[in-house]
Design a binder for this molecule. Structure first.
Ligand code: FUB
Length: 326
């Protein structure tokens, strides 16, 4: 039987819960939280969110660097689900970097999308043989996994993109399926790239294209609303989030300026944008857990996102209260 805690009495408490037959997996706990950050018992980063069957699935990286270590230590991804964006249920880690047999580690940013009842997870990792970061694809029959490598090889490797002379330009995949069913993968650091995906979601269809965006650092996120395509991304460094708009998923993109300011004491910001139950939300990370929070021990937060009548987005107001009481 599922137990529910009263927020006012037992905040930040994990409970062992019941068996969830629908997904053939054990739910580990319910996070009863107040405000931002929304996950307080682990450091979480690089949020991606999926709305599926009236629930939101939140996929994050897991910052495991001990206090004082000023570099990323990320071995696995985490998944949480919620029906109200306040109470988050944690599920077992559905994917680790080393689940890609060709990868040697670094569970960096990722995104999951659903197509025809299957869930495709595009994730950046460090390649074991081809120097640099790479993007793999994992697949599952449920949004909480278990996920398995869908190809046995990387979809994108560093030697496929030679314009930028860094080894980490092939990171931060965002995936989007347009109204005609065509899927696109955007990604990049310093240079933004995109490809079309074949209908099987696991293969490249055609060449790699470059997208020129002012101040592009990394973390592209594509979404569409009322005939406008939005390409938001981490801008400059330390990162703000800026965005561009277009009438086509492949551009041309018109730069619209800053959407979110530097997120406190984190030099990265990494956003996801969703609509859920009639409202829009901006999900990002900062370093706001007081013990050792910072650029390498980050925490996922959610605040509301509002649009202007002309389709542009209003500047995000990052709050401590988050969605509590809304
Ligand atoms: O988490 C590792 C890297 O930090 C991500 O790939 C970037 O988006 C930044 O958040």
């Amino acid at each position: 039987m599922k137990k529910i805690l009263k927020t006012s009495v037992l905040s930040n408490v994990c409970l062992t819960l019941c068996f969830l037959p629908a997904f053939s997996s054990f739910a580990q706990s319910v996070k009863v939280v107040e405000g931002n950050p929304i996950i307080k018992d682990k450091y979480t980063a690089d949020p991606a969110a999926l709305v599926y069957k009236n629930k939101v699935y939140l996929y994050t990286g897991h910052d495991e660097a001990p206090a004082g270590q000023e570099r990323y230590l990320m071995n696995e991804w985490l998944v949480y689900s919620s029906s109200n964006l306040i109470d988050w249920e944690e599920h077992p880690s559905p994917l680790k970097a080393r689940d890609f047999s060709w990868a040697k580690g670094d569970a960096w940013a990722s995104q999951v999308i659903e197509k025809n009842g299957k869930f495709y997870w595009y994730a950046a990792v460090e390649h074991g043989r081809i120097p640099g970061k790479a993007i793999g694809v994992a697949v599952a029959d449920s949004p909480i996994g278990p996920f398995k490598d869908a190809r046995g090889t990387a979809l994108i490797t560093n030697d496929m993109t030679t314009d930028v002379k860094i080894s980490w330009d092939d990171i931060d995949p965002t995936v989007f399926i347009d109204d005609d069913g065509q899927a696109y993968l955007y990604w990049g650091n310093s240079q933004c790239y995109y490809i079309k995906l074949k209908a099987n979601m696991t293969e490249q269809d055609g060449p790699i294209h470059k997208v020129d965006l002012p101040g592009f650092t990394e973390a592209p996120w594509l979404h569409k609303r009322k005939g406008w395509y939005y390409l938001s991304y981490a801008y400059q460094f330390p990162e703000k989030i800026a965005y561009a708009m277009s009438r086509s998923v492949t551009g041309p993109w018109e730069f619209k300026g800053v959407l979110n300011e530097v997120a406190g004491n984190s030099n990265t910001n990494h956003q996801a944008i969703i609509d859920y139950k009639g409202k829009s939300y901006f999900i990002y990370h900062n370093g706001s857990i007081p013990t050792a929070g910072g650029s390498y021990r980050r925490s996922v937060c959610i605040d509301e996102l509002f649009y202007n009548a002309d389709g542009t987005m209003k500047r995000i107001k990052m709050t401590t209260e988050g969605l509590k009481g809304k």
